[in-house]
Design a protein around this ligand. Structure first.
Ligand code: UT7
Length: 325
């Protein structure tokens, strides 16, 4: 008997041109490079240009992922875009990206799970593939968080950046062991009781305007370390893989201290952790595919290696995915 798996066959990333350093922010608000670096690990962030939309970032990352997979838009039959900063309330940003890629068949929709968005979108695409409803899927994480930041609130505006990453998945049939390539597991969680910890104070049905991000940072931090380690342990148990076998741990990039705390809990040394927070800051749903694309492009991730993704975000939502590359 064969088992159907979703295999990563291409990755791509895109960052806007404009870099904003901590020092530049310190000229506008009461903060310092020292505070931001020591509390978060962030040194700079990329900010989209005026008129540069989430779809523009997503299209650029998606094109690179398709090139990497030697595919075109017409080879794709499912497009899932993870974003909390869509171009418009509707239609889905996925349909804007779909049009630009020349993809005219299949389904395209957005998934909204804030910083966990890419893991949610990946799990969605994986389930479509495993159910036989799609052969090839393009999963994009794209965000312009700069548009929903209160630039007078130093407790949040220094933390985020804009960007996009993408991954092409293709169905492959194999023996179904953990040594075979493809997505080995996905685990998703949500707990809406924690809404007030991280939310945007606006929206089409409440205020009628987009609103601004609000966060109880210390509380989110506490849940971050605890839940991110737990959701990876849950995935390792489900797959029967020991933590020592993880080649690359690629967590959502929200805070270097959260990443360090989580990897320490899992017994993973820094040499096995992909870190982009220093340059990208927190790009929400784009942070994981940006980091994966970077580590794949520079040759760190090799065929056959075990890659573990995990994230926590507004909702609260959290989740993990294990892939054999
Ligand atoms: O992406 C998904 C979810 N997001 C996260 O995972 C973020 C999780 N949380 C965090 O990363 C951290 O909690 C923060 C980076 C947001 C804050 O770090 P912290 O060590 O928890 O700082 P804090 O909130 O306890 O604030 C410490 C002090 C406060 O001053 P007082 O009350 O001690 O006088 C803040 O007012 O730091 C002050 N502060 C700042 N100072 C300079 C807060 N923001 C800034 C700032 N510059 N930008």
């Amino acid at each position: 008997m064969t088992t159907r798996r979703s295999c990563a066959v291409g990755t791509g990333a895109y960052l806007p041109e404009r870099v904003v350093t901590n020092d530049e922010l310190a000229k506008r608000i009461d903060t310092s490079d020292e505070w931001i670096t020591s509390r978060t690990g962030i040194r700079q962030r990329y900010i989209a240009a005026d008129g540069e939309l989430t779809s523009d970032l997503g299209i650029a990352a998606a094109r690179r992922a398709l090139d990497d997979a030697s595919m075109t838009g017409s080879d794709i039959d499912l497009l899932v875009v993870a974003t909390s900063t869509p171009d418009e309330t509707f239609p889905a940003t996925a349909t804007v990206i779909q049009k630009a890629l020349g993809m005219t068949r299949g389904a395209a929709f957005d998934v909204q799970a804030v910083c966990s968005g890419f893991v949610y979108a990946l799990a969605t695409a994986d389930n479509f593939i495993k159910a036989g409803q799609a052969e090839t899927a393009l999963v994009v994480g794209a965000e312009t968080f700069s548009r929903i930041l209160d630039w007078t609130d130093r407790t949040t505006c220094v933390l985020f950046g804009d960007g996009a990453g993408a991954m092409v998945l293709r169905a492959e049939d194999g023996a179904g062991t953990t040594a075979d390539r493809g997505i080995l597991s996905t685990h998703l969680h949500a707990d809406g009781r924690y809404h007030d910890m991280l939310y945007v104070d606006g929206g089409p049905s409440s205020t009628g305007s987009a609103g601004y991000l609000r966060m109880q940072g210390r509380e989110v931090f506490r849940h971050g370390v605890e839940k991110m380690a737990a959701v990876v342990e849950e995935a390792l148990e489900a797959t029967g893989l020991p933590a020592e076998q993880i080649d690359w741990f690629i967590p959502h990039q929200a805070n270097k201290r959260i990443i360090d705390g989580t990897s320490r809990k899992l017994g993973l040394g820094p040499e096995r952790v992909v870190m982009t927070i220093d340059r990208h800051a927190n790009t929400s749903a784009a942070s994981i595919p940006l980091a994966v694309a970077e580590a794949a492009a520079d040759g760190r991730i090799q065929a056959g290696q075990l890659v573990v993704l995990e994230a926590l975000g507004g909702g609260l939502t959290w989740g993990s995915a294990i892939l054999r590359w």
